[in-house]
Design a protein around this ligand. Structure first.
Ligand code: SF4
Length: 445
């Protein structure tokens, strides 16, 4: 169990030297107890105390990684029940299945379909993060062969799904240099599966029908030397899963019950693509770290990925686009140039109104830490200096021959200073970007 702040304090040097950045050892102890500080921040902890304190500073849920170096996924490491309490760290990974009963062109086509489940939404790339090979054939050789073909044809992280230790042993070495997640060990195969996981340095899924049985199984696997464990509830209805996943999350985070302090995985195979998408979305909300679905329909994936994006966005950080120059249409050296901020909502609204004008243009996006025009201006993140710096950084003078810059009507007040700072003529655009099409046709010269 985790130590309390006072218990931690008793193990600290109590010199209040402030080297850790805290005013006192007690303050540091309290931060450590809440997982808001790192033990390494105090250089004077004795070796004896370190051992006890290391456990207290560990996150209540272990982080598990799998995949290749270039395409690694991470799950777990969560510290709160609800996003607004701090933030969620690792978004749910969505995986699509490939059956080892498929061969030839059918197998190739299925792998390509999984690979192509990639989209762009509000400037962010989202998509399937893993591919799950299912041992439907029940044969070790077919499973190994399919895993080998998946490794050759997909760079996605791999989940190997069989309950047969023999099939797992045959397949696990076929995933090239990448580390697969191996699924699953049950109580009667725990030793054999843990041996394979340990020998191949892979994380292992523990599968059981109740929270209590899962906790026991996780401890058994840990005793075999496997630390990276993912938990799977087997054979439960969706309401039962949601209830028990929530219980597991609460026991892991609030009670720091280590046997359940692992990420989770759910398998969704019932129903058509629409039904699977709805089930998976519920599991994304509460509290599956990995969801494996048996569909490759883009229309089913997009809502799931959108849910992941929304649930796992950082509440303290606005969604942002990259600060740079965005060409709209095919602008030339006479095209209008305007700026806006890197708050996604602002940028995409401006972008769609510029597109609607059908006047090829350049939009310079100024880094205002994801705030909108008026918020950035009032917080001094949007001023003549930040705009001039962005113009210089992104070489706008090489893009256009004219020296005219359209600015949002709401910050007309900065016109004079901006002209002085840049030497460019400042044209005050409309206050509402919905008026941009009219402005471009009637006023831009
Ligand atoms: Fe106390 Fe260590 Fe912080 Fe110094 S660095 S105040 S000894 S906790």
């Amino acid at each position: 169990m985790a130590l309390t702040g006072l218990e931690i304090f008793k193990l600290l040097p109590k010199t209040n030297c402030k080297k850790c950045g805290m005013p006192t050892c007690l303050a540091f102890a309290m931060q450590l107890a809440q997982k808001k500080a790192k033990l390494e921040d105090c250089p004077y902890v004795s070796e004896e105390a370190k051992e006890k304190l290391a456990a207290a500073s560990e996150p209540p849920m272990r982080k598990v990684s799998f995949g290749s170096e270039d395409n690694q996924v991470q799950v777990g490491q969560e510290t709160v029940m609800f996003r607004h309490e701090e933030k969620f760290y690792n978004p749910t990974v969505l995986a699509a299945t490939v059956s080892d009963k498929l061969t030839g062109q059918d197998l190739k086509k299925r792998i390509e379909s999984v690979n192509s489940l990639q989209f762009e939404r509000v400037g962010t790339k989202i998509g399937a993060g893993a591919i799950a090979v299912i041992n439907d054939s029940g044969e070790a050789s077919a499973f190994a062969q399919t895993c080998s073909q998946v490794a050759d044809s997909s760079s996605l992280a791999t989940i190997l799904v069989t309950e047969s230790p023999e099939a797992m042993a045959a397949a696990v070495g076929k995933t090239s240099e990448a580390t697969p997640l191996i699924a699953s060990a049950k109580s009667d195969t725990a030793e054999a599966m843990a041996k394979i996981a340990k020998e191949n340095n892979c994380p292992l899924v523990a599968k059981a029908e109740s929270v209590e049985a899962l906790a026991e199984l996780a401890e058994k696997i840990k005793a075999e030397g496997v630390e990276d464990i993912v938990l799977s509830l087997d054979g439960l209805s969706l309401p039962e899963q949601l209830y028990n996943l929530s219980r597991m999350r609460a026991l892991a985070l609030k009670k720091v019950f280590r046997p359940l302090g692992h990420p989770t995985i759910s398998f969704v195979a019932d129903g058509d693509a629409t039904a699977q998408s709805a089930t998976a979305t519920s599991l994304i909300c509460k509290y599956s770290s990995i969801v494996v679905v048996d569909t490759v329909e883009p229309y089913a994936f997009l809502p799931m990925l959108t849910a992941v994006m929304n649930v796992f966005s950082d509440p303290q950080k606005p969604v942002q686009v990259e600060p740079k120059v965005y060409p709209i249409g095919e602008p030339d050296a006479n095209a209008p140039l305007m700026f806006t901020t890197n708050f996604s909502l602002t940028y995409y609204t401006v972008e769609s109104d510029v597109e609607a004008s059908r006047v090829p243009s350049y939009i310079l996006v100024v880094d205002t830490e994801g705030t909108s025009v008026l918020t950035a201006y009032s917080g001094d993140k949007l001023n003549e200096k930040t705009v001039a710096d962005a113009m210089a950084k992104h070489n706008v003078e090489k893009l256009v021959k004219h020296r005219k810059l359209i600015i949002p009507g709401y910050v007309a007040v900065m016109s004079g200073k901006l002209e002085e700072a840049t030497g460019w003529e400042v044209l005050v655009g409309p206050r509402e970007c919905s008026m941009l099409p009219k402005y471009m046709h009637e006023i831009w010269k």
